[in-house]
Design a protein around this ligand. Structure first.
Ligand SMILES: [Zn+2]
Length: 284
């Protein structure tokens, strides 16, 4: 679909995104979410890059205030424990996760997490931290010192996200093994912890590639996250296929609220098809 806009300053992309979001809200009304634990996925905060997942600081702070006031925010360790043994708790909750590891995590995210005492997991790609090489137009990597600062708050759990942000559905099992073990090793060496949780880069999982990647991930981590934008239902969730709901700028308040409540899965179904085309031929 090609949308056009006559409004000055509003790009065609923005307009089509808004239209798509309205459609997603309408579909969400006819396809409501089920009850379960929701994992929210954030990427960037501070609106320093043109990325659609780089949220303005004010929007992010408002979202965190809402979570603190209205839902049970749990660590990923707690969430996984509730899914792997009977934790005896019936109330569902939300876990916060952040991807990649960029400087805004220290500058923008950490003060807000600290203000509201919200625990979060940062899925770290270790290669960019070592090299300092920026993500393509999409953020400056965090430093090891910044990561130590984040951990010192007691709120941040470091997870793994491969070494070079390799898309694991398109490399050999041997390459995937090196990616995972290098990432784990660098986190152990620099931060003194062994990451227990993993997120597939771009949420592209072993489903489409196979090649033993799934087994490598299951052998190394207590959980692994994909996309899906739907709740994780207790008793019916594979913790190495944890669904996450990515928060985007275009969600605005309405989309955010729906995602926290476990909705918007249709939007994700559409995005998965688009991403398979978008990342065709790419490896990271
Ligand atoms: Zn990533």
């Amino acid at each position: 679909m090609v949308a056009t806009s006559t409004e000055p300053g509003i790009s065609t992309t923005t307009t089509s995104r808004r239209v798509a979001k309205r459609v997603a809200f309408a579909l969400d009304d006819v396809r409501p979410g089920t009850a379960g634990d929701v994992v929210l996925a954030y990427h960037r905060v501070g609106a320093r890059t043109p990325s659609p997942v780089d949220l303005p600081a004010k929007m992010f702070a408002r979202q965190m205030a809402h979570l603190r006031a209205s839902v049970d925010v749990m660590t990923l360790d707690e969430l996984v424990a509730y899914h792997t043994h009977d934790g005896g708790r019936t109330q569902h909750g939300v876990a916060l996760t952040f991807d990649d590891g960029t400087v805004d995590f220290v500058d923008e995210v950490l003060p807000v997490l600290d203000r509201y005492s919200l625990p979060a997991t940062l899925y770290l790609a270790t290669g960019p931290v070592d090299s300092g090489r920026t993500y393509a137009a999409d953020g400056v990597p965090i430093t090891w010192a910044g990561l130590r600062e984040a951990m010192a708050t007691g709120l941040v759990t470091i997870g793994a996200h491969t070494h070079t942000h390799q898309l694991l559905d398109r490399c050999s099992a041997r390459e995937a093994e090196v990616e995972l073990d290098t990432c784990i090793g660098r986190i152990e060496d620099e931060l003194g912890v062994t990451p227990q949780h993993f997120a597939y880069p771009k949420a592209l999982s072993a489903e489409s590639g196979g090649q033993g990647v799934d087994a490598l991930v299951r052998n190394r981590f207590a959980s692994a996250a994909i996309a899906g934008t739907r709740p994780n239902v207790r008793g019916a969730t594979d913790v190495w296929r944890l669904h996450r709901s990515p928060i985007q700028n275009s969600d605005q308040w309405e989309g955010f609220r729906r995602k926290v409540a476990g909705g918007m899965r249709t939007e994700d179904d559409l995005r998965r098809v688009i991403n398979l085309v978008r990342y065709r031929g790419r490896t990271s």
